[in-house]
Design a protein around this ligand. Sequence first.
Ligand code: GUN
Ligand code: ZN
Length: 435
Amino acid sequence: MSPAATATQRLALRGDLLDFSAAPALDATSMHGVRWRADHWLLIENGRIISAQPAAQMPDPSWQRIDHSGRLILPGFIDTHVHSAQLDVIGSYGTELLDWLNTYTFPAERAWADAELARSGSARFLDALLAHGTTAAVVFPTSHKTSVDALFGAAAERGMRMIAGKVLMDRNAPDGLRDDVELAERDCRDLIARWHGSGRNSYAVTVRFAPTSTPRQLAMAGALCASDPTLYMQTHVAENRAEVAWVAELFPAARSYLDVYEDAGLLHRRSVLAHGIWLDDADRARLQSAQAQIAFCPSSNLFLGSGLFDWQRSADAGVAVSLASDVGGGTSLSMQRTMADAYKVQAMAGRRLSAWAMLHAATRGAATALQLEHEIGSFDAGRAADVCVWDWGVGEVAQRRIAAARELHERVFCWITLSDERCLVAAYVAGVKQG
Ligand code: GUN
Ligand code: ZN
């Protein structure tokens, strides 16, 4: 091995460090759980966070020092529900969920059977995530094996933390997207063997939603989960009222939509269920006891007219909630925009969501719910250095408003509501600068 390959890589980033040591309450503006270290050096060695120290304590010249003083440094965002093959249908006009799927989304996903298109599309998708400050994600590719190989391959090239899997759909979907139980199981087993635990990739058994899988396919998916408790599971649940009514018709014996998944063995501590707007108290109790999480997708829920998710109710029931863009139902990959929409959805219910609660959900909270707290989501020593550097404001309106903030919560709240990817200065994945 050459000396260069074995040399310690030392990187020190200077700026205002903000991360979390614990979960703040949803409406708490106090500093409980908030770790604010104004003008500090963040020390990164061989891609991992070592420590932080005040700016006056300058690291010695063995460190590559990058001075971002006056800028905000955050853990990379974690988007817990997003579709790699839907960038080209983002912002599609005039439909609710079921028509939106048939009109825009299924036709776009069909094209991903092509390996070259899946490869270039996955690269574009991950570069777009990084350009929005998102360094880890839970992703739906398509039902084609090619789309999963392409995504995991592109994530490995960038060193990104990725959770994904082949989308299961053996009914109520067009030709070119439908699989069958045997073929799907073979594909899943092959993909799990190739990608699960390879580098920073993890496999998620990926049921699109109950209407597009037969009971036999759901049972197969549940058996896969049972065969390896380190596998994730992702799906959609109770997003739209017409969808909920359709599930009741398709599964007349089920007590609820969520019950369909529970019956199939799909609810566990590594389950990520997108939306969950139309769940009831019994469902929330089931989610809590399974330790499954809801990925709240406010921009998608508003754009598709799906409904207003009640975060407080889930929190009261002890259900973990993370934040997600759900692009292409969602209208932006920006987690600041996602947070701003989450705030507005809660405001419609007369509730307040603090900047701390939102930022925590998009970083350490998501990591904890995904059982990845030891790896990502904070600046704790030993975490992978997935780190983003942000300007406090782009444009005069934002800059003046943020400068006028009287205290830190106000400043960070204004940053969330007035910023987006234009504020990103640099994204590091495991200590390596991207782009
Ligand atoms: N339900 C089933 N498939 C999808 C999808 O692609 N996006 C959203 N938002 N909901 C779904
Ligand atoms: Zn989705």
